[in-house]
Ligand binder design. Structure first.
Ligand code: UD1
Length: 366
């Protein structure tokens, strides 16, 4: 029996591992899977609620790392994860996404001569001021199996000199989770709970360091929201980083005073997806939401100057708007004028079967 470790640490990781955990159960006679939670995210609504919603098994080990500077957080995960690897000696470590836990665990495994598989390999924003970009580049350069979600990822990896044989274009596990949970998403009562009607509001998600860590960009966003909320109600589940920085910059009152802005605690997966699915558009700086809106055919305005997920622009509903007020309002006006919005066909292999492809490849090659 081969021992495989699956690592997750932060909110966007959980939707990516859920279908893998499920698929590995079908290979019980070949693999024993151990789930490791690094504890990078630890609040109930940033972690445990996703385990409940997505029926992810309880972690085999919880490293309880918590927050810190990038170096402290990464180093703490590394030290704790090394102990787990020494004890368990798996033949493969699977990491997903681009968070600090992804980088930390792939580095430790490689140093111990344990093979690494990276799910969501190859994405590049070409912006090294983003912590995630550094995590992606290092993780990909160390990985033995690179599972890629969109074609741009294959090209990026080839350009970086990664051997063709290591690159597997398999599709998107986040979309596996979205399609698998659609019946439950459709049944969510979150609109009733929040007193909302379908198509009468937009959803905002905002937490990137480049948008919230410094006062100036956060003030620019506040100014954009003042205009946006005159046109449509905005629902904003506030990420803990944004909540903290709002207080640090003394902006909490200004946000509270916006009439048509509904600030709520972060939502679980099922409720959040229902909220997005029934919205007029999403205003976001998240990576995953660009992908989910592409499949749900909900217009997405991304408050960044670049994206590592270009397929969401070519094939999906995504438009890059940065913090540019004129650009944002022009797009909002256009969306509100349209009766309905039809996105194009979903990107290739975003079909709900990505985890099946990944585990099949691993079962043949390990
Ligand atoms: C991390 C990821 C980012 C991802 C995001 C999704 C990295 C480098 N960044 O960013 O790619 O898009 O998760 O959420 O890994 N905090 C809490 N409770 C929690 C977790 C965090 O209060 O459960 C607060 C802490 O004050 C912490 C801050 O949020 O310092 C930031 O958390 P951290 O994990 O460092 O980064 P994120 O901004 O969440």
């Amino acid at each position: 029996m081969k021992k495989v470790m699956i690592v997750a640490g932060a909110r966007p990781n959980f939707m990516k591992i859920a279908p893998l955990c499920r698929e590995f159960l079908r290979y019980k006679s070949q693999f024993r899977t151990l789930l490791i939670h690094t504890g990078q995210h630890y609040d109930f609504e940033m972690s445990e609620t996703f385990f409940k919603d997505l029926k992810i098994p309880k972690p085999y080990v919880h490293l309880n790392i918590g927050s810190g500077t990038h170096t402290v957080q990464t180093a703490n995960v590394m030290t704790a994860f090394e102990k787990v690897l020494l004890k368990e000696k798996p033949c493969l470590v699977i990491v997903v996404g681009d968070v600090n836990s992804t980088l930390a665990c792939s580095l430790v495994a490689t140093k111990m001569d344990i093979k690494v598989a990276h799910v969501e390999a190859g994405l590049r924003s070409f912006d090294r001021s983003m912590p995630e970009e550094v995590n992606r580049i290092v993780t990909d350069s160390l990985s033995d199996y690179l599972f890629v979600s969109e074609e741009s990822g294959c090209q990026n990896l080839k350009k970086e000199g990664i051997h063709r044989k290591k690159i597997h274009f398999v599709g998107n596990t986040m979309i596996d989770t979205l399609l698998f949970n659609m019946p439950k998403i459709n049944k969510s009562k979150i609109l009733n709970t929040l007193g909302l009607k379908p198509n009468t509001y937009a959803v905002m998600s905002l937490h990137r360091p480049s948008n919230v860590d410094f006062k100036e960009p956060f003030v620019e966003i506040l100014d954009v929201l003042k205009s946006c909320t005159k046109k449509i109600k905005l629902v904003y589940p506030v990420h803990p980083r944004a909540k903290k920085m709002m207080l640090v910059h003394g902006l909490k009152k200004d946000f509270d005073n916006l009439d048509n802005l509904l600030m709520i605690d972060p939502l679980g997966y099922i409720d959040f997806m229902n909220l997005i699915k029934n919205s007029r558009f999403a205003l976001t700086d998240s990576g995953g939401i660009q992908e989910e809106t592409t499949v749900l055919k909900i217009p997405c305005l991304t408050m960044r100057e670049n994206t590592e997920r270009p397929v969401t622009i070519d094939k999906g509903t995504n438009v890059l708007v940065g913090r540019n007020k004129a650009r944002i309002l022009k797009n909002v006006n256009e969306i509100l004028k349209r009766e309905s919005f039809r996105g194009r066909r979903a990107p290739r292999l975003w079909d709900g079967k990505t985890a099946q492809r990944i585990v099949k490849i691993l079962s043949q090659q390990i």
